[in-house]
Ligand binder design. Structure first.
Ligand code: HEM
Length: 492
């Protein structure tokens, strides 16, 4: 509420000086419409309609909107051509609001030079071979949740978000931290710490006052953050020490020879992210590793759960599409229990379904960049150094001039090879693109494919929800405003 009041006052002052004091300004009418719209948005819009209503920005200005007064220069972009420029330039490879994260080494908030250095080394931890090794891990944790979901076989609807969050939290802990089995219980407190970080980061981003560090330090939020941080540091250090111990053992095994003096052949093993970072000892300190894994855990666990949950909700609403996906999975897997990367590559229709879910309900509806220097976006005066660019996927992905009259409806055919080839490649960017695009894009697609395929093989999903009720809330990582209500039937 406080944020809303402050924003409204600032906006009213701006309009008063910039527009209304200029008598007979031709812009006056247009601005009066904006003022009314913004007033309605801030004070009269229901929570579930907030993100959807922001589409008025596109109706007002088709490609971008620029807010420039005094030293503030913000551009909100939702046009393929402009996004291409942003994604492909090094000048826009910095993120704003860095101090809100208080994780100066993690990928999301680090300064450009350090980000470039660390991203180069972290990319290795997400290469395709590493990700292929994660497939059995994703399968294992999905099967555990499938078993737990047997309690829901009574035909009653339940919130699918709950077991799927459990699933993605466990599989991120396993693949990123190498935490498994009984150790998972100690990870529960880490989940709470992550939730605190996320809540506070979002609050600070929205509130200019909380962005001033010297004031923020005196707030209760800061106290809560410090408590969560203390826990995350000690827990992180324990995990890093365990990874160092594994590395020492690995070294001994590497040097081991059999009775004939020949090197013992090494077994292929999963390359968990934390072990890869510890192995790069000369590249990262403990603090750096801790912050990298924390950012990866936040980004992985807060997106993948929503992605798979909303996909299954859409499939529960569209039974004919669910049937088609199920048939594809059954034909590809046959009686085989193990899913391989080759199986996943063949699941073309499932991929179309997942992409269509990401188009309509991407877990990251908007993201932001900051210019490192003057930058000519081709929209009039070049942006100054330090200008903020908000990349608004949610609007881009629902533009009628790109996606047709039914842009708001779920239709996997939007991703048929023919439709994809007829569309601008920058019209669909749920993971961003370019050097600062999402490092976990392939991780997210692979894990979602494994999890959705296994869940659909085990259960048929039903729901009483209608597509018109499926709306995303406005937050850092978008969540539906309704419960993900489904009932399940065991497949024979
Ligand atoms: C459906 C799931 C996901 C979506 C929709 C998503 C989306 C995004 C988007 C839009 C960005 C900003 C890109 C840009 O500015 O161009 C981003 C950044 C990032 N994502 Fe993801 N993400 C997902 C899953 C993941 C996963 C699973 C991980 C980790 C394993 C991850 C880690 C990150 C990190 C670390 C960044 C910051 C990269 C940087 O600044 O260098 N994301 N993601």
């Amino acid at each position: 509420m406080l944020i809303q009041i402050l924003m409204s006052i600032a906006f009213a002052i701006f309009l008063y000086f910039k527009v209304f004091r200029k008598k007979n300004s031709p812009m006056q009418n247009k601005f009066q419409i904006i003022v009314t719209t913004i007033y309605e948005y801030i004070f009269l819009t229901k929570e579930e309609d907030r993100l959807e209503k922001l589409k008025f920005i596109h109706e007002f200005s088709p490609r971008y909107i620029r807010l420039k007064f005094w030293k503030i220069d913000y551009v909100i972009v939702y046009d393929p051509e402009l996004l291409k420029k942003v994604f492909n330039s090094q000048i826009t490879c910095q993120r704003p609001f860095r101090n809100c994260f208080q994780l100066e080494k993690g990928l999301l908030a680090s300064e450009y030079e350090y980000w470039r250095y660390s991203r180069k080394h972290l990319n290795i931890a997400f290469n395709l071979n590493v990700l292929k090794g994660f497939i059995p891990v994703f399968s294992q944790y999905t099967d555990k949740v499938i078993k737990e979901m047997e309690d829901n076989l009574d035909g009653k609807e339940f919130d699918l978000y709950v077991p799927l969050t459990r699933l993605t939290v466990r599989s991120s802990a396993a693949t990123i931290l190498n935490v498994h089995g009984v150790e998972m219980a100690s990870y529960e407190k880490m989940i709470e710490a992550i939730a605190v970080f996320l809540e506070i980061i979002f609050k600070r981003m929205l509130n200019p006052i909380l962005q001033i560090d010297s004031l923020y330090k005196f707030t209760n939020l800061h106290k809560r953050e410090m408590k969560a941080r203390e826990f995350a540091i000690s827990y992180g250090d324990k995990l890093i020490e365990a990874a160092r111990e594994r590395k020492r053992k690995e070294k001994i095994e590497e040097d081991a020879v059999d009775e004939n003096g020949n090197a013992i052949e090494k077994k292929e093993k999963v390359e968990y992210v934390i072990d890869q970072l510890v192995r790069e000892d000369d590249k990262f300190t403990n603090q750096e590793i801790r912050e990298h894994i924390l950012v990866l855990l936040i980004t992985a666990s807060e997106t993948s759960n929503k992605f798979v949950a909303t996909t299954l909700i859409y499939l529960a609403i569209h039974q004919e599409i669910q049937k088609k996906v199920y048939q594809e999975i059954s034909e590809i897997l046959g009686d085989e229990d193990e899913i391989t990367y080759e199986h996943l590559s063949d699941m073309k229709y499932l991929e179309m379904v997942l992409k269509e879910t990401l188009r309509l309900l991407t877990p990251v509806p908007l993201t932001a960049r900051e210019t490192l220097d003057k930058f000519d976006l081709g929209i009039g005066r070049p942006l100054e150094k330090g200008a903020k660019i908000v990349l608004f996927n949610y609007i881009l992905h629902r533009r009628r001039d790109i996606w047709g009259r039914d842009a708001n409806k779920f239709n996997p055919e939007n991703f048929s090879p023919e439709n994809v080839s007829n569309r601008d490649a920058y019209a669909f960017v749920p993971f961003g693109l370019g050097p600062r695009g999402c490092i976990g894009a392939r991780f997210a697609m692979i894990s979602a494919k494994v999890e959705t395929a296994r869940l659909l093989r085990a259960y048929k999903f039903n729901t009483t929800l209608k597509e018109s009720q499926i709306k995303m809330g406005l937050s850092l990582t978008g969540k539906l405003t309704c419960d993900h209500l489904v009932s399940i039937e065991k497949r024979s």
